[in-house]
Design a protein around this ligand. Structure first.
Ligand code: CTP
Ligand code: CA
Length: 222
């Protein structure tokens, strides 16, 4: 119910969000992926809807129900997520990259199921494209928000990531506590400085984040 009383800070704006993990096939049944429940990305989608935005959610495999009112595009691999984002990003005013994208894909996945044997199996992994960096390097990027999951030196590494990817705003969290849990503390880093969102459930954090994004975006687009 709380959602109904959220101010419509993003009315008339189109928000593109990636969520969940991406999955890279090894063979017909196996693959490599990242640990991600998708909860944070789905909460951000819901908070953006509550704020009056038109939401497109590009989602890797999760167990979650798509948020009502969002246009959800299900994908599996990183290449599929990139293709979906490239098809949608021109229409977007704001891009929020919450997905835990697999950094590598398997070079020669087998079409059939590999039979196990007693030998060592070697996989060749090649780096995936960086979806967010692809978006920020476009001629006219939307307002881009990244996430940074860091195991150490949270603020320093996240700020480096923010600069490297040319992001006006990055949301940092500690991997130790972020994955699968329901309550997180977030650190927002932007051009004006840093801002801590005290530990709370992911929907509360998503609402606070959307309010912060709307404040910066609306100040830049009077
Ligand atoms: N991201 C992306 N495409 C990738 C990798 C990351 O769009 N191939 C996005 C994530 O959605 C996130 C941000 O980039 O918003 C940072 O992701 P993260 O994994 O923390 O950083 P990386 O640049 O991949 O560096 P590393 O994993 O080595 O820390
Ligand atoms: Ca990564």
């Amino acid at each position: 119910l709380a959602g109904q009383f959220q101010p419509k800070r993003l009315a008339g704006l189109k928000v593109l969000i990636t969520a969940g993990p991406t999955f890279e096939a090894i063979d017909a049944v196996r693959g490599i992926s990242n640990q991600s429940s998708g909860k944070m990305g789905y909460a951000v989608a819901r908070a953006a809807l509550e704020a009056g935005a038109e939401v497109t959610l590009v989602s890797g495999p999760t167990c979650l129900k798509p948020p009502r009112g969002a246009r959800t595009i299900p994908i599996v691999s990183t290449q599929q997520m990139l293709d979906a984002v490239e098809a949608e990003v021109d229409a977007a005013d704001i891009f929020i990259s919450v997905a835990a994208v697999a950094d590598y894909y398997v070079l020669n996945p087998s079409e059939s199921k590999i039979k196990k044997d007693a030998h060592i199996l070697t996989l060749e992994l090649a780096p995936n494209p960086d979806i967010l960096a692809n978006v920020t390097s476009r001629a006219k990027p939307p307002f881009c928000v990244g996430f940074a999951a860091e195991a150490e030196n949270l603020e320093e590494y996240a700020e480096l990531k923010r600069r490297r990817k040319h992001l006006p705003l990055i949301v940092a969290n500690a991997v130790q506590e972020a994955i699968g849990t329901d309550e997180v503390e977030l650190l927002l880093l932007d051009d004006a400085g840093k801002h801590t969102l005290a530990r709370a459930d992911k929907l509360t954090q998503a609402r606070r984040l959307i309010a912060h994004i709307a404040q910066i975006y609306n100040a830049q687009h009077p």
